[in-house]
Structure formats: C-alpha cells, structure tokens
Design a protein around this ligand. Structure first.
Ligand code: SF4
Length: 326
C-alpha cells in the first residue's frame, strides 16, 4: 500500500524545457532532481534539491546575468529607476551569494561522504571579477537588442514579463511553458525566451520547445485564440553576440509541440517506473557525455562521477545479467 502511494506521489506530472534537457543529458541526474515529490520527506528532499541545483561558477554567472536582465525589466515595468553604476555590484552580489549557498551544500555532502568533496573549489576575487565583466558585457549588449531596447525606450507599450513558474494544464500534466517576455505589435503577439548561451539557430526539437509557449498563451484569457496570431522568438548569446530567432506559429507546429511534450512525459513515466517504489538508482541510465558530469552536484556519490565510461559498462553488464535471469 505504502509502495503504491510512493509511486503515485513521485509520478512525473510536470514538463519544462529544463526537465526535458536534463532527462536527455542524464536520466539519473533527472531522477535525482525531479523524481522525488518535494513534500515526501522534507529534509531528504531539501538536501537532494540543493545538491541537484549545484552549478559551476560559469553557470552561476549565467544565472546571475539572467537575474539582472529580468530585474532591469521588472523595474522598467513599474516605472522605477535603474542605476547603471550598480550593475557590476548587482551581478557580483548574485554570484557571491550563490557561491556561499553552495559552500553550505558542499559541507553537507562532505559530512555525508566523510571525505573532501570534488565540488569544493576556491573561486578567487580575480575569477569573480572576470565573470562579472563577462556578464556585464552581455547585459549591456542585450539591452540594445530588440525587443528590449524598444521596451526601455517606451516604443513598445503593450508588454509584460511572464512568470516562468506559472503552470499551464495539458490533460493531467502541468507545463512550465510561459515565455520570459510577451508583447503586442498590431494584431500580433510575440512570445520570447531568453537563453544566456546556446546555438545560433534552434534545431527542429528546439523549435517545438519554443512553440510550447503558444500553449501558455492560448490558455490565457484575453489573449488571441488562434495560433497564427503569435510569433515565437528566442534571444540567445552565441559566439560573441545576441542572436534573435523568430517564427510565426501555426496549428500544426503547436500540435507537434504538444505531441513532443506527451512523448517526453511518457519517457519520464517510464524512467519513474524503472526507478521503482524502492527508488533503485542503479537502474537509471547515466550521462551520455562526461561533460555533463563536470557540471553535476552528484559527482561525489554517483558511479558515473568517478569514471563514467566504466560505470556505464558495469551498468549494462548488470542489466544483461538481469535480463538473462528473468
Ligand atoms: S555524475 Fe554524471 S552520470 Fe552521475 S548523475 Fe551526474 S551527470 Fe549523471
């Protein structure tokens, strides 16, 4: 009975681009981050969340950059002042705050494993200064890109920031598919996501991920009910500049995005059943690329963190042995 309840509570119900990306990069890391419902056992989940959220200093810089961009737009939407001279301090504050929080996580891990953690790192002032400089440069560059420049100059008046945590229902699933910025120009609504780094042009699956924003818009009362009235966009930092990509939505693409989400949810549920009521992580496939492990908070406790290639071989040998027995 208890097993059934645990299985039901932990069953994946939410979809987002970050969930999908992590599942693709490493199913085990996905299971550790999203495979356990938060309300189950609070302390266990808090630690697991903190370890799963661990990020390299570079990623913390990207997060800080995104944070100040949103902060700048929030102030603009409220008509409040923004002081350019505070920019570096705001970014530095965010990066240092995150590093400090992560130090606490590393101490917690060390307490559990009884040895020094591989996540432990000394990020000196010079390195922090370099990260702040990079983020400031990207920030200043994005402010002169469309639509941000027109928003700040007051040329676009009908716009708002959406809450990325907002949920959109799709059957029994909850989707996190809100854009970062939505604005209207004439009869057309534009939905944009910011990406702090990425490829120059989205591939076919990334296009469908962007189309998922239309599901959010269609479920919002007061917004157009026809897919063709929307243009989806992304603004991505790529090789030294921000690149804008846009596409007019249509029913077919939105339908394909819905199918992609359903397939992802099925894949997540399959992984969830593989984990089983006893949460057997040995059944979870490991990362396909060593690079993913270098940015993962579980390196100290995961067999893939030590030697990914060997761990993958051992796992497939175990699976074969299990298949032969049954
Ligand atoms: S250390 Fe590597 S294999 Fe292990 S959970 Fe992290 S990304 Fe996956």
């Amino acid at each position: 009975m208890e097993d059934k309840r645990t299985t039901w509570v932990n069953k994946p119900k939410a979809w987002s681009v970050s969930r999908r990306t992590l599942m693709e990069q490493c199913p085990r890391a996905w299971a550790l981050k999203y495979g356990f419902a938060r309300r189950n056992t609070r302390t266990f989940n808090r630690i697991l969340t903190e370890v799963s959220d661990w990020s390299s200093p570079w990623r913390l810089m990207l997060r800080a950059l995104r944070g100040v961009i949103i902060e700048r737009l929030e102030l603009a939407s409220k008509g409040k002042d923004w002081s350019e001279s505070d920019l570096a301090a705001r970014i530095r504050f965010r990066i240092i705050g995150s590093l400090e929080r992560q130090r606490g996580t590393t101490r917690l891990i060390e307490k559990r494993i009884g040895v020094s953690s591989r996540l432990k790192m000394k990020v000196g002032n010079q390195e922090i200064g370099r990260l702040v400089e990079i983020a400031s440069h990207r920030f200043n560059a994005v402010m002169s890109c469309e639509p941000l420049s027109s928003i700040l100059e007051g040329k676009i008046t009908d716009w708002f920031l959406a809450d990325r945590l907002e949920k959109t229902s799709l059957k029994q699933y909850k989707l996190h598919v809100a854009p970062d910025i939505a604005w209207r120009k004439g009869r057309r609504w534009h939905l944009l996501r910011l990406a702090m780094q990425g490829g120059r042009e989205p591939g076919p699956e990334r296009v469908l991920e962007s189309m998922s924003m239309v599901l959010w818009a269609l479920s919002n009362s007061g917004m157009p009910v026809l897919a063709e009235r929307y243009e989806v966009s992304s603004l991505t930092w790529n090789k030294g500049s921000w690149r804008k990509w846009s596409m007019t939505a249509n029913d077919e693409q939105v339908k394909a995005a819905t199918e992609l989400i359903k397939l992802d949810m099925k894949a997540m549920c399959d992984l969830h059943y593989r984990l089983g009521p006893s949460c057997d992580l040995s059944q979870m496939p490991l990362a396909s690329n060593r690079r993913n492990c270098t940015n993962c908070g579980h390196v100290d406790t995961c067999p893939g963190g030590e030697d990914l290639h060997r761990a993958r071989l051992e796992q497939s040998a175990l699976e074969m042995a299990k298949a032969t027995k049954s």
